[in-house]
Design a protein around this ligand. Structure first.
Ligand code: BTN
Length: 266
């Protein structure tokens, strides 16, 4: 499957003379991992805004050390950024990217939601995911790579959904192809990061929570039932636990870090 660079650049120019964002695009047929390629380019001096796109990956990386199956037809891209954040806030990059991408797709009429912390969901199924990797020096993030995988026309498992087929069921072709989807994702990441930088985590978090599909979900932690009530500024999931203290029902709130519990797909 050919990726049309010119078409992507046209979408990014959005009718203006200059692209609104200084993305530097590196497009490949096949790579082990676009995240790894961005790190390799950074080692060779690549600047923030460098973007790697591959039409397929042979060793795509997912969250929690999982593999991200990446056959042709899917969107696989990674972007280099140089955030000014403390390492304890590194999840804010994922929250910002998830919100930015979801809200850009929603403007195209695609009813994307977010599943904590980093999944893009459509019709309660996984449409895509975000993997943020960081380099840290003295407690500060010096460089980061934001990697995004979205199911466009690739085969998906039972719990997944691909956007091209979904659009067919809706009789809608708002996203015309992989190049337009790529442009929306790049602009979405950019607007999410701008929101974080310019407006701050409180505003970003309120927007993220607006698109979060998990509020009110029930989940067990150490055999106790909890209800999802929100997300902390560090990206932890806030749970209200129902606990009995002898005869009295007390409600205590806890928060759990990404990767410690799974909310799953029904
Ligand atoms: C997840 O597990 O939900 C996150 C998956 C992120 C996959 C993308 S595909 C492009 C980029 N390169 C990688 O190796 N991984 C990310």
């Amino acid at each position: 499957m050919e990726f049309d660079r010119q078409l992507l650049e046209n979408f990014l120019h959005l009718g203006r003379k200059q692209p609104c964002i200084p993305f530097s695009l590196h497009i490949f047929d096949s790579l082990p991992s676009t995240n790894q390629m961005v790190w390799d380019l950074i080692a060779q001096g690549a600047k923030p805004g460098s973007v790697v796109i591959a039409t397929q990956q042979t060793a795509g990386r997912g969250q929690w050390g999982r593999q991200w199956l990446s056959p042709a037809g899917g969107l696989y891209l990674s972007m280099a950024i140089a955030p000014q954040l403390e390492v304890t806030n590194s999840y804010q990059l994922t929250l910002a990217s998830a919100w930015g991408i979801a809200s850009h797709l929603r403007k195209c009429g695609i009813t994307v939601g977010i599943k904590w912390p980093n999944d893009l969901v459509l019709n309660r199924r996984k449409l895509g995911g975000i993997l943020t990797e960081t380099r840290v020096f003295q407690g500060h993030i010096t460089q980061a790579v934001i990697g995004v995988g979205i199911n466009w026309a690739n085969p998906v498992p039972e719990t997944g959904i691909n956007l091209k087929s979904w659009q067919t069921t809706q009789n809608d072709q708002a996203i015309s192809g992989l190049e337009m989807l790529t442009a929306q994702v790049l602009l979405g990441i950019q607007s999410g990061l701008e929101c974080l930088n310019n407006e701050g985590i409180s505003i970003l978090l309120s927007r993220y929570l607006h698109l979060l599909t998990n509020i009110g979900d029930h989940v067990y932690v150490n055999n106790l039932l909890g209800t999802v009530v929100g997300v902390t500024p560090e990206g932890n999931l806030r749970l209200q636990m129902a606990e009995y203290n002898r005869t009295e029902l007390i409600k205590a709130e806890i928060s759990v870090e990404p990767g410690t519990i799974s909310l799953g797909y029904s």
